[in-house]
Design a protein around this ligand. Sequence first.
Ligand code: SR1
Ligand code: MG
Length: 408
Amino acid sequence: MSDFSKYFLMTTEDVPKYVQSKLTYFSEDAKLSCTEIGDGNINYVFRVQDENGKSIIVKQAGLETRIKPDLGVSTDRGRIESEILSIQNSYAEGLVPKIYLYDGTMCAMIMQDMIGHTMMRTGLLNHEVYPLFADHVTTFMANCLLRTSDIVMDHKEKKKLVGNFINPDLCGITEDLVYTEPYTDCFNRNHVFPPNAEFMKKELYDDETLRLEAAKLKFEFMNNAQALIHGDLHTGSVFINKEHTYFFDPEFAFYGPMGYDIGNVIANLFFAWTNGDAEIEDKDEKQRFCSWCIDSICDTIDLFIKKYNAIYDEYVTDTMAKTKGFKEWYLSGILSDTAGCAGIESIRRIVGMANVKDITTISDENKRARAEKIVVSLAKDYIMHRESFKCGDDYRRAINIAVKKYPL
Ligand code: SR1
Ligand code: MG
C-alpha cells in the first residue's frame, strides 16, 4: 500500500486510506465508503463517508485536465486554492468551506463537505430560486475584492500576495478559452451549435469592432492586478441552499480585475434565465423563476455598489484613495469591467470549449438557438457599451432589448 509520499492519481479505493493516514477526522475503525462526485472540467473530487453519515471531501489535482487530457496544468493550483480560501475566510467568514489539510506531495486538499447545499447550477437547472444569493455573493465579493486591493491592503503585503498568486497555467487557460478563441477559433476547438454557425460567424468571428474591444478587455485581465479575484465565479463554483451560500473552487485565483468575478456572476445568472425561459412550460412558474434571475442580476450590481461604498469608507487606508471623487472614479472602472467581463463570459460559454448545461440541455433546437442569440446579442451590448452599465436597471433594460430582438 502506498504511504502517499509520492504523487499518484488516487482512486476511490485509495482515498479513504489517504484520509485516515492524514487526519483523525474519522475513528480508526470507521467503515469508510468513497464516491467520486466531481463534475468539473479539471479535478477529481471524492466524498468519503463513515457508516454514520459523517463525511469529508478530498479534491485532487490531476496532471492533465479532465475536459481535455492534452491540456496539462500545474498542480500548484491546489496550493493557490487552499491559500486563497483561507484569505477569503478571513474577509468573508463562513462563506467558503473549511480546509483541513493541503498536501503538496499528493496535490490534494481535504475539506469540509458542504452538506445541505446543492451546486447552484444544478439547483438552477431544477428552477430553484435562492432569495439570499445576491446578498451573499455581494458580501463575499465586496469584502474579498476590496480588502485585498491597494485601497485597503498595505502596499507591500499586497505585492507579496500578487507574487504568491501568480497562476500562469490557469490564467493561460482563461486568456485562451475566454478571451481569444471565442473571437478567432484559432485552435479549432470551439463548440458552435450547428444551427447557429452562420450567426456566430457574422456576430463574433467577422466582427472586427467587437474583437478590438475583446482584445482591450483581455489586456485589462492580464495587466490589472487590482484584487485577489476568485477567477472562475460561475454557478458551478457555488454550493447553496435557501439560507446559506458557499463559494469554492478558486483555483483560477490571481490578482486581476474585480469586474471579472462580478461579470461572471452576472453572465451565469442570465444563463439560468435562458434555461427557465426555454424549458418551463407553466406561465406563472416561468415568471417566478425568470423574474428572480433578472432581479438577482440587478440586485447583485446594486448591492455590490452599496457594500463597496460602505467597505471603502470603513477600511480605506491609502492617503490618495481618500481624495474626494476617487472612490466614485474607481467604482466606475469596476462597473465598466463588470459589464465587459459579463459579455466576455457570456460569449465564451456559447461558442467556446467549456459550455454550460443551462444552455446545452435546452431540449428544443429552435429554443436553444434563440437562447444563444439572445445571450450573444446581450453580451455584445455589455462589451461595446460597457461604460454605460452603472446600476442594476441598466442591465434590466439591456436584457429586455436583447430578448425582444428575438421573439418566440
Ligand atoms: C480547461 S478548463 C475549462 C473551464 O473550466 C473551468 O471551470 C474554467 O471555467 C475553465 O475556463
Ligand atoms: Mg472549477
